[in-house]
Structure formats: C-alpha cells, structure tokens
Design a protein around this ligand. Structure first.
Ligand code: SAJ
Length: 412
C-alpha cells in the first residue's frame, strides 16, 4: 500500500524516509513549496544527522516523492506542528487542515494516524471531523463493530540529533480509537520499528506522550529550583546534586539557563489545559523553567554593575548542546535581555553552530557574533549559556581573572 505523510518536518520526513527505505511507497505532503522542492530533489530542508543520506536514497530508488496536494493513499500519517496560543491552549488548526484535505480522498479501509503531540481527545476529534466531512463513511468512534476508516495516535518520542537512531530503536505507543485501529496502525510501524510496540487507546497514548515531556520538565524544574536555592545560600548546586545523586534512589537532572525546544516547554501546557485545577505541580514547573532565563540575565546584569565599562561574553545560543537549533532557546532570550538592559555595554556572542545572529538579536546595536576565544579574551564577564563540547574543552586559563557565570556547571 501507499502511505502519505502530511508534514515533512523534523518528524514527518524521518518517518517518510524510514518507511520508504524499507520498500513502502511514500508520498510526502507539505504546504511549503521550498520543502517539497528540496525533498523532490533528494535534499534536506533542515539539518539532522544521517537524514540526508536517507532522503537522497529513498528519492533515488523512487519510493519517496513529495507534493503539495494530499493524494489518495491507504494510510495517512499526520506530522504537523501543534503550537500553543498566547493563553497556552493548543493550536490544533494544522491538524484540522490536514484532516480536511485527507477527507475527500477516502474511499473506505484507510487508516489516519496522528503523530503530532496533541492534547487528550484530539484523535477522537479527528474521527468526529471525518464523520462530519464524510457522512457516507462509518468512523470508529461511532460504531461498535467495523468502521470504514480507522483512526489512531502514534506519538513520536525521538530526540533531536538522534532521530534516525531513536526512530528505529525506541519503543512505540500506538493508541487506537478501537483495538482494530491500534492493530492497523501498529502494522505500519512494524515496518521499521525494532523496539516494542505497545497498544492502547488513543487518549491514553496522547496522555502518555504529554506525560513523558511533563515528567522531564518537572524534573528539570526541580534542578533549576535547587540551583536558585543553592545560589542564594552561596553553595554550588552541581556539587550538592552530585553528592545527592550518589543515593541509590536519587537521580536529579542538570540545572540550566531554562528549558528550550519545541516539546518540553510546550507539551506540559496541554496537560494543564486539560485539567487546570489539578495540574498544580506541572504548571509550577513550567513557571520555574520559564523564569530561569530572566534570572540568569539579571544575574549577569548585576555583575556588570561592578565594572565601569565592561564587555560581556555570552557563550552559546542553541537550545541545547551540540545542535544548530536556535528556536525557542533560553540562551537567545537571555542574550536579548542582557543587551536591552545594558544598551551601552558591548556584548560578544559566540555560537559555533551558526554564522549569523537570529533576527531578534541582529537588530541590537551592542551585540556582535565572534569566535568563542575572541569573546572570552576581550571580556570582563563570561556567561556560559550552552554546554557545547567546544566550550567544555575550552582552555580554562582563558577564564583567569574574569567574572564567570556558568549556567550549565561545566567549568566547575
Ligand atoms: N535541559 C536541562 N537540564 C537537563 C536536561 C535538559 O536544562 O538535565 C534542557 C535542555 O538544555 C533543553 C531542554 O531542557 O533546553 C530540552 O532538552 P531535552 O534534551 O531534554 O529534550 P528535547 O526537547 O530535545 O526532546 C524531548 C525528548 N523528551 C524526553 O526526553 C522525555 C524527546 O524524547 C522527545 O521526542 C521530544 O522532546 C519531543 O519531540 O517531544
């Protein structure tokens, strides 16, 4: 059969490649003409290790094509973004648009799989939307027995930077509107998944995915709160955590400058949205992690007040170590806040994974992107914001005599 993957982003494209390189005919669908063009030529629209060779291979053997029109297919995998609105509610409009374009193609017997991380109830919503658009077809939520169309949720859980490995090796959760839906969806993932495939209902699968990222967020918040407490007590949080972690049942994560990325800083809000009165810890964790960049910026600003005409080095802009992704990055927020708070102070920014400052920073006249060595050399204050390997292995003697604010604890 043919699989249509809707959304050729960080998840959709690797999924399309994983299926196509194992002999499945895959049509990738995207609203962005540049993405469709790149993939059609066998090229990558973004950077992810090992994906480039997969795309060029899948396209050259004729198993992967890309288009802007949703085609007829036997299975549809929806992998579009679910951002959140200003009030932290989920924006499922991209999913609804994808479903609206799938609906006219259906003949009966197809499966529609939602991969996008979504609030509980979204898969059921897809089934209802399809029922409205196609009253001639039976949808699983409406029938006790057989349905014409199957709907399931199969959330991705791959780590950016390790997508091609984790896509194959991770266990997968597959939740169906009915058991039959889950079984049908599982058959598709068995084509490439080597991990276990766990069958459940759609809402449990939705909640399981959100729970994974909320768990990580809460644990990072615990570490971040500890770091604030230790700082106020003039203690080294990393030393305290290292000691505590030698207890056999304690495993505290690393404090940092805040939580970035498109998942962990977003998904917990979908749980809060589903049960606002009950999600006290999850909401507070989000607030602690969201507050951390402001705290870091203000610490650096207060250190600057000790100098008459200081220069500040900020090392790192990415949202985490050793990747080029600057979107939703606490480091970018911190650098912007420092630069805006100290308009007369020169700020030297080092980010080995980029050649240009993001627009938000490029407009600030007191900011410059320079190599790390130069930034450190010419500065009075050094703020370490990302634990890139390059910064870890930096010659420590460069830091002698500088005021250092290490938000990742890599230079202790
Ligand atoms: N961070 C810390 N301290 C830590 C760990 C992380 O401050 O101890 C920060 C990072 O610097 C970064 C943020 O948290 O700013 C998130 O980084 P991450 O590596 O924890 O996670 P992501 O966003 O790259 O990917 C997560 C993963 N989820 C979990 O580990 C539970 C991944 O498996 C998911 O597939 C992905 O979210 C997703 O798409 O949902």
């Amino acid at each position: 059969g043919r699989v249509a993957v809707i959304g050729l982003g960080y998840i959709g494209l690797p999924t399309a490649v994983a299926l196509a390189t194992r002999g499945i005919d895959v049509v990738g669908v995207d609203v962005n003409p540049a993405t469709v063009e790149a993939v059609s030529r066998g090229q990558l629209p973004f950077v992810e290790p090992d994906l480039a060779v997969g795309v060029s291979g899948a396209v050259s053997i004729g198993r992967l094509t890309a288009t802007m029109e949703t085609p007829e297919a036997d299975a549809y995998i929806i992998a579009v973004p679910t951002p959140f609105n200003d009030d932290h509610t989920a924006d499922v409009s991209y999913i609804e648009k994808a479903v609206a374009q799938i609906a006219p193609q259906l003949r009966g017997g197809e499966i529609v799989i939602l991969e996008s991380t979504s609030p509980p109830g979204t898969s059921m919503g897809i089934s209802r939307q399809l029922a409205e658009l196609r009253p001639d077809l039976t949808l699983p939520h409406a029938s006790e027995g057989m349905a014409d169309i199957y709907v399931a949720h199969c959330p991705e859980r791959v780590l950016p930077g390790r997508v091609m490995i984790e896509m194959v090796t991770n266990d997968r959760v597959v939740g169906g509107i009915t058991r039959r839906c889950a079984e049908k969806a599982a058959a598709i993932y068995r084509v490439f998944a080597q991990g276990d495939i766990l069958l459940t209902d759609a809402a449990s699968a939705e909640m399981a995915k959100l729970t994974e990222n909320a768990y990580r967020d809460v644990n990072i918040a615990f570490a971040n709160e500890l770091s604030l407490i230790c700082e106020s007590l003039h203690l080294d949080a990393w030393e305290v955590i290292k000691m505590a972690n030698r207890h056999p049942r304690v495993n505290i994560l690393n404090p940092g400058p805040g939580v970035g990325g498109h998942c962990i800083a977003v998904d917990p809000w979908f749980i809060v949205g589903a049960a606002p009165e009950l999600s006290k810890l999850i909401r507070t964790a989000r607030e602690i992690n969201d507050h951390k960049p402001h705290h870091v910026a203000q610490q650096v600003v207060s250190k600057a007040s000790r100098f008459r005409d200081p220069t500040i080095a900020c090392l790192g802009l990415a949202f985490k170590a050793n990747i080029d992704d600057l979107r939703e990055s606490p480091a970018v927020d911190i650098v912007e806040e420092i630069a805006r708070s100290l308009p007369d102070v020169e700020i030297l920014v080092a980010e080995p994974f980029t050649t240009a400052l993001p627009q938000r920073l490029a407009v600030l006249p007191n900011l410059r992107l320079v190599p790390a060595e130069k930034a450190v050399e010419t500065s009075d204050i050094v703020a370490l914001l990302v634990d890139h390997d390059q910064f870890r292995s930096m010659n420590r003697s460069w830091l002698a005599g500088k005021v250092v604010y290490d938000t990742r604890g890599i230079w202790r």
